[in-house]
Design a protein around this ligand. Structure first.
Ligand code: XLS
Ligand code: MG
Length: 344
C-alpha cells in the first residue's frame, strides 16, 4: 500500500489525436472518467478552469462559481478532492501571443480574468492551489518582446493573483519549450527566483514535471530536490520522456527507470505528502492504444511508481554509507542497477 495520495487530470484520458492525425479513440465523458479515476484509487482530480466550467467565456463570475459548485458535487459523489485549478491560457484566441506577457494589453487582461476565475473556481471546489503551466509565455520571434519586460510581467501577474486572494497558493509548472519557442520560466530554478521576487514568496512554489525537466536537459529528481530544499514543491507531474524532442508525457518510468527510482526516492526521503501534497500524474496513452485500454497508461504509471517505492524501501543505506566513505561509487552504482534489475 503506497504512503502517497495520487491525483490525475481528465486530459490524461484523451482521444489520441495529435498534430499529425485525428482521434483514434471515442470520447469519454467527464463523469465516466472521474468515476474510473476513483475506482483506480486516485484521491484527487486536477482541473483546468474550463474542465471545471466548460465554455467559461460565456458566463458571468457568479455563474462560473455556481458551475464550479456543481462540478464539486460530482467529485463529492465519488469521494474525490480537487487538487488544483489551472487557467488554460493556450487555446483561446486572446492567448495567441501568451497571456500574462502577451504584447497585447487587452489579452494580458483576459489572462488575468482567467487567472482570477481559476482562483474563484478553486475556492468553490475546496482547494487553495492554482497551477500555472506557462504554455505560450515567451517568444516565437525572439525580438518580439524583451525577456526583462516579460519576466517582470509574470511577477506582476502573480502579485495580482496573490492580492486578489490573500490565501491562494500559486504553483508554477516550468517547461523550457513547446508550444513556445523560447520560454521565460523553463526550469525549477526560474520558478524559485520568480517566487522570491513576488510579494509573498511563501505562497508561490513549483510543480515539477518529469518530462519538462528532461526536455531542459536536467534530472527530474534534482529539480524535485531543489524545490524541496526551498520548501516550495507544491505538487509534481510524474511521467517520462525519451530524450529532448516533443513532449511525450509517457507513462512514469518507462524510458528512464533509474531517473524514476530517484524521483520516488527523493520524494520518500524528504517527507513529500506529509503536508497533503499529491503525487500527480500527467501521462498520455499512445495514439495506437485502443478504446478498451484508455486507462492502461495510468494503471502502468501507478504500478511502476509503487514497485519503485518497494525498491526504495529495500535500498541499503548502510551499504551506500560504506561506498561513500570509501568513495567507491562504482560499487554503489552497480548495487543500484542490481536493485533495479531485481538481482539483489
Ligand atoms: C503540458 C503540461 C500540461 C499541464 C496542465 O505540457 O504538462 O499538461 O500540466 O495543463
Ligand atoms: Mg504537466
Amino acid at each position: 500500500m503506497s504512503r502517497f495520495k495520487f491525483s490525475v487530470g481528465p486530459w490524461n484520458v484523451h482521444e489520441g489525436s495529435d498534430s499529425y492525425g485525428p482521434a483514434t479513440r471515442k470520447e469519454i465523458s467527464m463523469e465516466e472518467k472521474i468515476q474510473k479515476f476513483a475506482e483506480m484509487g486516485f484521491s484527487a482530480i486536477q482541473f483546468h478552469d474550463d474542465d471545471a466550467v466548460p465554455e467559461i467565456n460565456r458566463y458571468s463570475e457568479t455563474e462560473i462559481r455556481q458551475k464550479a459548485r456543481e462540478r464539486k458535487q460530482l467529485l463529492d459523489k465519488y469521494g474525490l478532492a480537487a487538487e488544483f485549478v489551472a487557467p488554460r491560457l493556450w487555446m483561446d484566441p486572446h492567448t495567441v501571443d501568451g497571456g500574462f506577457m502577451s504584447t497585447n494589453p487587452d489579452d494580458r487582461e483576459y489572462a488575468m480574468w482567467r487567472a482570477f476565475r481559476s482562483i474563484d473556481i478553486a475556492r468553490e471546489m475546496g482547494t487553495d492551489l492554482v497551477v500555472l503551466w506557462l504554455a505560450r509565455e515567451g517568444t516565437l520571434c525572439a525580438e518580439s518582446k524583451s525577456p526583462v519586460w516579460a519576466t517582470k510581467m509574470l511577477i506582476e501577474s502573480i502579485n495580482r493573483m496573490l492580492e486578489y486572494d490573500p490565501g491562494i497558493r500559486i504553483c508554477i509548472e516550468p517547461k523550457p519549450n513547446e508550444p513556445i519557442d523560447r520560454s521565460i520560466c523553463g526550469t525549477m530554478g526560474h520558478v524559485m527566483a520568480i517566487s522570491a521576487a513576488t510579494i509573498d514568496p511563501s505562497r508561490v512554489g513549483g510543480n515539477l514535471e518529469s518530462a519538462h525537466a528532461i526536455l531542459a536537459g536536467l534530472d527530474p529528481a534534482h529539480e524535485i530536490g531543489f524545490a524541496m530544499a526551498m520548501g516550495k514543491l507544491m505538487t509534481v507531474h510524474l511521467n517520462d520522456q525519451n530524450g529532448i524532442k516533443f513532449d511525450q508525457d509517457k507513462s512514469f518510468g518507462v524510458e528512464n527507470l533509474r531517473m524514476a527510482f530517484n524521483q520516488v526516492k527523493v520524494l520518500k526521503e524528504n517527507g513529500y505528502g506529509d503536508h497533503g501534497e499529491y503525487v500527480g500524474l500527467d501521462v498520455k496513452a499512445m495514439r495506437t492504444t485502443r478504446d478498451e485500454d484508455s486507462y492502461q497508461h495510468l494503471k502502468n504509471s501507478l504500478e511502476i511508481f509503487q514497485a519503485l517505492e518497494e525498491k526504495v524501501d529495500r535500498f541499503d543505506y548502510e551499504f551506500q554509507k560504506k561506498c561513500v566513505e570509501t568513495r567507491n561509487f562504482e560499487a554503489l552504482e552497480l548495487y543500484v542497477m542490481k536493485l533495479l534489475m531485481g538481482i539483489v
